[in-house]
Design a protein around this ligand. Structure first.
Ligand SMILES: [Zn+2]
Ligand SMILES: [Zn+2]
Length: 253
C-alpha cells in the first residue's frame, strides 16, 4: 500500500485529541510518511458569544502556528510538515474568519462541515434528518464553501445523517457530485469514520461518487498519534475507492 501523505491531523488544542505534536510527527516519520499535514479544528469567529466546544479558542491560534512552524523547520530533513486547519463554511462570518486567518501562515484549509450554515443554530450534521430539504441545504452549504476557492478538499463529505427515502438521497447526492466533479475538488474517505464504524464512509455515497468520477483522497483524521498507523482502516478506505473505480489523489499541495 502506498499511503504516504495525510493532511488530516488534529492536536490536543481542540480539546478532544491526545498526544503531543512531536508524537504525531515522530509516529509519521517511523511509519514512512512523506507529508504530514496538521489540520486541527480551527478557531472560529462568531457574530455572537457562542462558545464552540470542539475547537481551539481564537487566543490559541498564534501558539498553534508558531509551535508547528518551529517543528516544521526542526524536522524538515525527515518529513514535510504542512500547517493547515479543518474549518467550516459559515457564510455570514466567512469573510471575518478569513481576515482573522490571514494573520497566520496557514498553508491550507480542509472543509469539514459539521453544522448547517451557523453553528449557533445547532443543526448538527450527524443528527438524524428525514427531510430532504435539510439534506439539500447541507450539500448546498458545502458547494458554496467550495466555490470560495479557500479549501483544499472536503473532509468526510458523507457525514450528513439522512434517514429519509433512498431515492431522495440519491437525487441530492448525484446533483452535488456533478458540481463537485466540475469544480475539481477532491472528496475525502475518512479513516476515523471507518475505524469507529460511524455512518460514514457511507457506501451509497461512494458508489455514486464512483459513477460521477470525482477525485478522492484518504484522510486519517488522526486524533491520537497511533491513528497514523491504523493501516487496517486506511486500507479499508483505499478499498472503498478502488471498488468504486476512484483513484486516490496524492500530492495535494
Ligand atoms: Zn475532532
Ligand atoms: Zn477532523
Amino acid at each position: 500500500m502506498d499511503y504516504t501523505e495525510n493532511y488530516h491531523t488534529h492536536t490536543f488544542r481542540c480539546g478532544h485529541a491526545g498526544g503531543t505534536d512531536r508524537e504525531y510527527i515522530e509516529t509519521a516519520i517511523a511509519a514512512g510518511y512523506k507529508v504530514l499535514g496538521f489540520s486541527d479544528h480551527t478557531p472560529m469567529v462568531f457574530d455572537t458569544d457562542h462558545h464552540s466546544g470542539f475547537r481551539m479558542p481564537l487566543s490559541q491560534a498564534e501558539e498553534y502556528f508558531t509551535t508547528l512552524t518551529d517543528l516544521k523547520k526542526e524536522y524538515r530533513d525527515d518529513i514535510e510538515i504542512r500547517i493547515g486547519v479543518e474549518a467550516e463554511y459559515y457564510p455570514a462570518t466567512h469573510e471575518k474568519y478569513m481576515a482573522f486567518m490571514r494573520q497566520f501562515p496557514c498553508e491550507y484549509m480542509l472543509l469539514g462541515q459539521h453544522f448547517l450554515l451557523r453553528e449557533e443554530d445547532g443543526f448538527y450534521a450527524m443528527s438524524p434528518y428525514r427531510d430532504p430539504a435539510m439534506l439539500k441545504a447541507y450539500y448546498q452549504n458545502i458547494l458554496d464553501g467550495v466555490r470560495t476557492g479557500d479549501f483544499l478538499y472536503v473532509a468526510h463529505p458523507d457525514l450528513f445523517n439522512f434517514i429519509g427515502k433512498p431515492k431522495d438521497y440519491d437525487k441530492v447526492i448525484r446533483a452535488f457530485l456533478k458540481e463537485i466533479k466540475a469544480l475539481g475538488i477532491p472528496l475525502e474517505i475518512n479513516r476515523l469514520g471507518y475505524s469507529d464504524r460511524r455512518i460514514y464512509p457511507n457506501r451509497r455515497f461512494w458508489q455514486l461518487a464512483g459513477e460521477a468520477g470525482v477525485d478522492a483522497v484518504v484522510g486519517v483524521d488522526a486524533h491520537r498519534p497511533e491513528h497514523l498507523t491504523d493501516f487496517d482502516a486506511i486500507r479499508g478506505c483505499m478499498a472503498i475507492a478502488e471498488e468504486n473505480g476512484l483513484s486516490v489523489t496524492q500530492n495535494l499541495l
